[in-house]
Design a binder for this molecule. Structure first.
Ligand code: ADP
Ligand code: MG
Length: 233
């Protein structure tokens, strides 16, 4: 199996009007890696995540998700790759208000015409602390609970990679820490690959590697606190 979950090679994304949101970015993310992306507002973090997850296509360069080149696919084929390989957690949760917690969580499977794996689903619900809340509406949940539903939904189809765009941006610090604990445990216990954009340097420190962006470029790469400790050679 391919050791890289996502590979970006010389990815540029220019928007009409002349903004180059991503400027020749190359990045390799290994399976099981927890990568944080930091940088000021407007530095290109969301654009990076959208291109790397197949939500958007670069103007030039290549994006390979789980060994599949997606950057020149049409939207229909990219949507299929996303359904099969990608989970996405948005800052604002993006839950469907008219659906229950359980229906929100299993929505990606229904869209893909797949049945939930009940053992996997039960494990996720327990791990995310949502047992007992499955029949509620999103409006009956706290912000942290809503974000945990969004995490659960992103994982339900067992994606190769989870992308999270400021997943703690709307949460208070205690609730944010619990969502980060959850993401961290997914990496540690399930070998999940997570790519997380954040403003919060403390949150970024949870990752194994921290990439800093400025002006559409990667300007700095550092080890997070959780970098594996290597014996001196
Ligand atoms: P970040 O997530 O770091 O705040 P973004 O990736 O959202 O940054 O934006 C990077 C740059 O691209 C910014 O200058 C932003 O204004 C611009 N941009 C983002 N989306 C669009 C768009 N749809 N059309 C035009 N410009 C955009
Ligand atoms: Mg953003």
């Amino acid at each position: 199996m391919n050791a890289d979950a996502v590979v970006l090679s010389s990815v540029t994304r220019a928007y009409p009007g002349g903004v180059t949101a991503l400027d020749d970015v190359s990045l390799q993310v290994q399976r099981g890696e927890f990568l944080a992306v930091v940088g000021q507002s407007g530095s290109g973090k969301s654009t990076l995540l959208h291109c790397a997850s197949g939500l958007d296509t670069p103007t030039s360069g290549s994006v390979v998700i789980g060994g599949t080149e997606v950057s020149r696919m049409n939207e229909t084929r990219r949507a299929k790759v996303r359904r099969e390989q990608v989970g996405f957690i948005f800052q604002s949760y993006n839950l469907v208000p008219s659906l229950s917690v359980e229906q929100n969580i299993t929505l990606p499977l229904r869209l893909a015409g797949r049945r939930p794996d009940s053992a996997w689903l039960a494990g996720l619900v327990q791990r995310t602390g949502l047992t007992g809340l499955l029949h509620r509406a999103p409006s009956e949940l706290s912000g942290g609970q809503r974000q945990r539903v969004a995490v659960c939904r992103a994982l339900v189809a067992r994606p190769a990679v989870v992308f999270a765009d400021e997943p703690t941006g709307a949460l208070d610090s205690v609730t944010a820490a619990s969502v980060l604990d959850l993401l961290e445990s997914l990496v540690d216990d399930l070998g999940q690959t997570v790519i997380m954009v954040t403003h919060d340097l403390r949150a970024a420190g949870r990752a194994r590697r921290v990439v800093t962006m400025a002006g559409g470029r990667i300007t700095h790469v550092a080890a997070g606190h959780r970098a594996p400790v290597r014996a001196a050679a």
